[in-house]
Design a protein around this ligand. Structure first.
Ligand SMILES: [Mn+2]
Length: 290
């Protein structure tokens, strides 16, 4: 049995929700849950398989001093991933804190064994108008198109910094909200790269639309790593705007994998969670949901 960890990052008020979502679905039978945040988000009274880590402390162990105000926590998720691999975790599942896990996803653990990473294509440059069908047919997002949303000059500058060409821009562009990673050497090398570039590129990165995700995709293209594609309707479902009833139904029925509740839907996480059968109410109450 491989050692497994689930990584969730705290970002203020969604910090507690990340834990609630995972714990409610009882998904960490074989995995440790790691929640990382800034030191001010400290948590006590954790049960055995749940751990809290400090992003600042992790980065310090890599010899990187960062201020909590420097970028969004998600920017440093890759340092936390590398740190977890150094702790001996071979398979890591990284989830945005606006993800709601509504069922077990056992096959996801092995999805990254071949290429080191498995993810869903990002829909940001080709939003489907209706339900997301199985497979990745409607998802045509590529690196160049996704980064060009920040403006062509920004795209060109990132390409120059990373050493990419237009041909690399044809690389499929994945969403970083749900990632399965394997700790084999190509992936740890990529995570090292990430930390190098994140600091070298500095404030320039703030000008990208999705800095952490854009940089991840740029580095995958640079190293010629093609993520194994997961089915977005199972693993990273961005609900269709205007159909919030469907979300609540799914959460209540608890028969889907992972819902990714982007900004307009985040308040619905609370409603959905009330419908899940949780045995961890007492634990959850101790988490600081602001
Ligand atoms: Mn998200």
């Amino acid at each position: 049995m491989n050692r497994r960890a689930i990584l969730s990052l705290g970002d203020g008020k969604y910090f507690g929700r990340a834990l609630i979502a995972v714990a409610s679905a009882g998904l960490f039978d074989d995995a440790d849950l790691w929640i990382f945040g800034w030191p001010s988000s400290s948590v006590e009274h954790l049960p055995g398989t749940i751990h809290f880590g400090s992003i600042v402390q992790v980065m310090r162990e890599f010899g990187r001093s960062i201020r909590p105000s420097f970028f969004h926590p998600y920017f440093w998720r890759y340092g936390c991933l590398l740190w977890l691999m150094r702790q001996g975790y071979e398979q890591v599942l990284s989830l945005d804190s606006d993800c709601l896990m509504v069922d077990h996803v056992p096959e996801m653990w092995d999805a990254a064994d071949h290429n080191g990473i498995a993810a869903c294509r990002d829909i940001s440059t080709d939003m489907p108008q209706d339900l997301v069908p199985p497979g990745d047919g409607p998802f045509r997002a590529t690196l160049a198109a996704a980064i060009a949303r920040s403006g062509p000059e920004i795209r060109d500058r990132l390409f120059r910094l990373i050493g990419l060409t237009d041909a690399d821009g044809g690389h499929p562009y994945v969403n970083a909200g749900v990632l399965a990673l394997n700790s084999h050497p190509t992936m740890t090398a990529l995570l090292h790269d990430y930390l190098e570039y994140a600091l070298r590129c500095g404030s320039f990165m703030r000008r990208l639309t999705w800095p952490d995700q854009d940089l991840l995709n740029a580095l995958l293209a640079k190293r010629g790593i093609r993520a194994d594609m997961l089915n977005p309707s199972e693993y990273n479902f961005f609900p269709d705007l205007g159909d919030d009833k469907r979300i609540l139904h799914w959460a209540g029925e608890a028969h889907d994998g992972i819902l990714h509740l982007w900004r307009p839907y985040r308040p619905l996480i609370d409603q959905a969670l009330r419908r899940l059968d949780t045995t961890l109410d007492a634990v959850v109450e101790q988490f600081p949901v602001e």
